[in-house]
Design a protein around this ligand. Structure first.
Ligand code: SF4
Ligand code: MG
Length: 336
């Protein structure tokens, strides 16, 4: 599959009076067409900030640090360099945002304009990106609403957001995000506010649309159940860093990082019914005062002397399965 985005050495610091809060401190991943990458972790681990940086939405006192690379290659031929979004001008990013890259958020209600009908919102979006007249755009809007599984779209098109349920609003948001046929769709906790049944419907809808359009999807979530349903590849983040990266089946069958294993044990559907649901003791370190060694050391049941002194580096377990943990250093298969 074609590469759409390659992020390397991404660091995002918030310059505060007490020093630099390292919200993201060395993130890297590659996104491909027709693939869903899930970014998983507890709140505050840098997932949303990573997404914001791709859209050029990191504002002061935040800064994407020099050396960070966010190479967008969705609109250039294979193997071409692409545009570094970390250094692009506001104008370059504006051209790409909502056109090549679109985003859906957790709270659809707050992202939709309450005083404009959903049809007019989608139509307006289509007309900003395409040279079509109002009538054709409205027809497209109705088509899109039906594609995202809204029955009677010709009626809903004239509804205001408040007339629709949360699940319907999220479908409208997805229709809107898809109206510009994005190469990359970023979904930040898109189903967290919805009940389980609607959540499953929205997730399978996203899957179908990915298959149909080949869009690359970044799914940000704290929920491994959601990951199991839709992800192709998973990055687990902890305190601003990726600690494990693997294809979804590999991650669930063969998790390596103690944090990943801890997350799985705390998952209701995966934990043994007899076994009490365990949670990971302790809390995420403050991004202002990060430890010198492994950021997980304080909570890790396997922490060794070395873990407090140094940061673990990348260990390749197998193709596309990487872990950052001293326990697995010996298993490095890179170049062997
Ligand atoms: Fe635990 Fe050490 Fe691995 Fe960090 S590097 S997760 S402290 S064993
Ligand atoms: Mg978030």
């Amino acid at each position: 599959n074609k590469k759409v985005l390659k992020v390397e050495d991404l660091r995002i610091y918030f310059h505060t009076k007490s020093g630099d809060a390292k919200a993201v401190d060395g993130n890297h991943f590659t996104m491909y067409e027709n693939e869903t990458l899930a970014i998983v972790g507890e709140s505050g681990c840098g997932k949303s900030v990573t997404a914001m940086s791709i859209l050029g939405l990191v504002d002061k006192p935040g800064e994407i640090m020099p050396g960070s690379k966010i190479m967008y290659t969705g609109n250039v031929p294979e193997n071409a360099e692409g545009l570094n979004l970390a250094q692009a001008s506001d104008e370059q990013i504006r051209e790409i945002r909502g056109n090549e890259i679109s985003m859906i958020f957790q709270e659809p209600m707050s992202s939709l304009n309450p005083v404009i009908t959903v049809g007019d919102q989608i139509t307006e979006n289509i007309m900003t990106h395409e040279d079509v007249d109002a009538k054709a755009a409205r027809e497209r809007a109705i088509e899109l609403l039906s594609e995202v599984g809204i029955s009677r779209p010709e009626k809903v098109v004239d509804n205001y957001p408040f007339q629709l349920s949360g699940g319907m609003c999220q479908r409208v948001m997805i229709a809107m995000a898809l109206s510009c046929k994005p190469k990359l769709l970023i979904a930040d906790e898109p189903t967290t506010a919805l009940d389980v049944t609607i959540q499953a419907q929205i997730l399978s809808l996203m899957n179908r649309l990915k298959e149909k359009t080949g869009t690359s999807i970044m799914l940000i979530t704290h929920d491994l159940g959601v990951v199991a349903q839709v992800a192709d590849h998973v990055n687990v983040m902890y305190a601003g860093k990726v600690v494990e990266s693997a294809p979804v089946n590999e991650l669930f069958e063969n998790p390596k990082h103690p944090y990943t294993i801890g997350l799985m044990k705390s998952m209701p559907s995966l934990a043994d019914k007899e076994e009490r649901l365990s949670t990971i003791e302790g809390s995420v370190p403050n991004s202002l005062y990060l430890p010198k060694g492994c950021y997980f050391a304080d909570r890790c049941p396997f922490a060794m002397e070395k873990c407090k002194a140094e940061q673990p580096s990348d260990t390749k377990i197998k193709s596309r399965h990487h872990v950052w943990c001293f326990l697995h250093e010996e298993e490095d298969h890179a170049g062997k």
